[in-house]
Design a protein around this ligand. Sequence first.
Ligand code: ZN
Length: 397
Amino acid sequence: MTVVDKHKYPSVHCGIVQAAIILLTLDQHPAAKRYSVTDAEVLIKEAASPDRIGDRQQGRGFHYYCAVRPNGTKRDLHPNIGCYQNGRNDPAPSPLTMMHSEYRAALTLYRAGRYPAAMRSLTRALHMLADICCPPHTAGLTYYSRYAMMHKRYEGRAAQLFWAERVPGGDSHAIARSWAAECVGHVPYSRYINLLQPSVQDQNGKWKQGHLTLICNRLAESGADELPALLGDDESARDASIIRRLTLSIIHCAAMLAAFDRDVDDLHIPTWQEKQAYWLCSANSAVAISESPLYLRFYEDGDLSLSTADGRYLAVTQFGRLIVTKDTRGTVTRFRFGREPMLTLYPDGDVKRCVAWIRGQPHVCKRISHLLGDLFLSQIACLLTRKKPEHVHFLFP
Ligand SMILES: [Zn+2]
């Protein structure tokens, strides 16, 4: 089997994002004006970050969203939340959960004026979307399975097809533009609505999937049609399949870029805000962390901190522990929403490991070893709320 080394070329992720940005312009979509030259540079440059060794989102199996087995048979949706699972059969972190939290983080950061940080989060969301469009990632052809060579063959050829065979000798803009030109008029703008709408539980406890989950599930399932071309020996059939999926990635990434442009101005979409008072209380509303409100602060690199006005009470360490301390005065502990490997609050997570209900959405916290202080519970459902809780026991003043 001849396998082209994908590292011979720039990451296809960067090309897909560059083509998606150009496509907005070619489509004469108003969202094209949202992204400055600097924004576009960050989006393109950082598009492959989640694949980089040592990156917080890089890891064995996390970029897989397994809708089918390599033989094409359908896999089950997670019973609680209606999503597919990652390459390790866990519901999170998966491309869907990471996309969801990065998209939300991007909106939050953009509204706080942290534009480069917002673009870095947004392009991570685009990365996950492109991975879901990539059949090896949705049929579980992991690097540590016996299908590893087929996966590598696919990606190496995709890089070659994208960068080398389109506009020989052309620069990245010319190449990306040629891909974008073929996608004009095919972007599913109207499907990218209510992206942060959470999955909800009905009276029988059954989960109804959120909109983004449905989009991702359909994309992942459609990858099964490409399996014969992916695994077979017919090179021209495989090339045609790769081109179809690259095009699909570009049009979906363009749709997400357009959705972001719309959502960032839609103040009905809840995002975290600075200078807003929050209280963290248990889901049954019996206990709240502190009587003094907590404030979020955003940093240029996308980190956040949550503390009282004088910097006390809630500290989240980078070791994955949620620690409630009586006195962290003078120290600011940063964390991230929905980011690995620090505190990870996954929207739509496995409810069995649910640690937080935030705006009606269950979040799970992985790698949380224990909670210290007066809150000594291995798992706790919490609510970060804007309204000061009443009739509760405050752990701290
Ligand atoms: Zn990836």
